[in-house]
Write a protein that binds this ligand. Structure first.
Ligand code: SF4
Ligand code: SF4
Length: 84
């Protein structure tokens, strides 16, 4: 599983990472105004959070040993339901 490390001491609470993560990995703790890594198992290592954090507080550590679906080979284009 990927690990999303956030330096909460360096974080300025701007919410950029929380709003940028389309995979819903990050949630927002309104009480302390800081992000929460809620669903790291859903991280798709796009690095949008890390690249856009103004304080450079995030590090996405990719688990390269996790399962990746096999690459589908061949041409599977279809035209109105039939192969072309
Ligand atoms: S790397 Fe992408 S998917 Fe993973 S937590 Fe950051 S924004 Fe979300
Ligand atoms: S983008 Fe960086 S500074 Fe902004 S809330 Fe996320 S971790 Fe904190």
């Amino acid at each position: 599983m990927n690990e999303v490390k956030i330096d909460l001491e360096a974080c300025n609470g701007c919410r950029t990472c929380y709003e940028a993560c389309f995979a819903d990995v990050l949630r927002w703790d309104e009480a302390v105004k800081r992000p929460i890594v809620a669903y790291p198992e859903d991280c798709v290592e796009c690095n949008v959070c890390e690249l856009n954090c103004p304080g450079n507080c995030i590090e996405v550590v990719v688990d390269w040993d996790k399962y990746y679906p096999p690459v589908i080979e061949g041409d599977f284009r279809c035209e109105i339901g039939r192969e072309v």
